[in-house]
Design a protein around this ligand. Sequence first.
Ligand code: HEM
Length: 440
Amino acid sequence: MPATLPRLSVGETVRVAVGVLAPMLAQGVIIRRPGVVSLADSLDTNRHACRILGDLRERYGAGPVLLRLPVRELAVVLDPDDVATLLDGSPRPFTPANREKVTALRHFEPMGVLISGEERRALRRPWNEDVLDHRESLHRLHDHIVAVVAEELEGLLPSDAPVLTWDRFTPVFWRIVRRVVLGDAARDDEAITDLMVALRAQANWAFLRPRSTRRLRELGRRLRTYVADADPQSIAGVVARTPGVPGTAELGQIPQWLFAFDAAGIATYRALALLTGHPAAMAEVRQEDLPTHRGLRPLARATVLESLRLWPTTLTILRDGVEETHWSGGTAAPGTGFAIISTFFHRDRSRLPWADEFEPAIWDDGRAEISRALVPFSAGPAQCPGRTLVLDVTSELLAGIVSQFDVAAAPPVRIRSERAMPRTLAHNRLRFHLARRAAG
Ligand code: HEM
């Protein structure tokens, strides 16, 4: 019989549980807890996590390695090639509908593709790709997205306060998201965003909290109304025009989109911090020649991607093996869970000379693709189908902010080009001075 994967000692398991998994769980996997995010930043938890995983790689080689847990076979991945194997092998032999993910996400998206079994995934995945224009470089609503972003930017700088904080940024961002996803009528429907927040807060506690069917029904009712009376210039309008095959559960896909836009806001806000620390890049973003790039904004997009590489919003990508699988270090039994800790691969100094630098060129010159483990949007058949839409909205927003305003970082946190980028960055502590730029 082939040997099973190497198993960590109790001491090593505790080190991983305390130094890698606990900080992620405490920050909130489904919705961030601002106080803990700030604490994680102060303690630089990502740096510690990377050190712990680096030590394991030195000791065990490629891995994966099994934690010594009483309730669950869970392996931590240590090698970039294994990241590719797991993600390319979705949904079989590695299902994205992993046990922990199902337990958490069923609170607000019980029919979402991400936690669907193989049969239903086969119906829901192509429909998601279709509606979200996954295979295109821009979403079909691009022109409308540009207009919405331009209209909403004004809200970032009310006359009484020139400092942009996270609390001021988010309402503006969510107005944009609601208009793009649900239509103009949803612009001020903060209740639906609040409902998502409440459901996600429950999901943070996963199996410790019962599901709120009342909230879930209310969310369904509101989404149904937006799609029934759809604004043609919105994703809800695209949904209304794109019936799926039976079993698609079209409305049941939308909660994942609303949930996931949260990460897009965080990524944009951190990207703004990157630009304040790299004035030449900021100047270039302002001047990107759109006709030459057929409407794309290459540097603004690459800056958002760098924000996601340096500070991934999906802290860990999880898969469960549905059958026995074979690795260089041994065999994993069916049902084994695999955790890819994104920051460990994105900041892998042993392989990426620019691991801790702002290096947007990697997204255009092939370096990001070659490394195979830079996976802010995951990869393979379950890669984020919202990638096109996200980069469309966020690059427009980022470029819009720096084009309309002079932006400078305000204390306490500043990104400086001459220093290595911090490993942990609490987005909610970032503040910026804004001043309207002279026209022309
Ligand atoms: C910065 C923003 C976002 C990031 C970094 C991101 C990242 C990811 C990642 C890493 C996954 C794979 C998760 C896993 O395998 O466990 C994923 C899945 C998914 N994302 Fe996103 N996402 C973002 C925004 C969005 C948006 C705005 C939408 C929709 C409008 C979206 C739709 C989806 C869907 C439907 C899935 C499930 C795909 C599947 O299971 O086949 N995402 N995303």
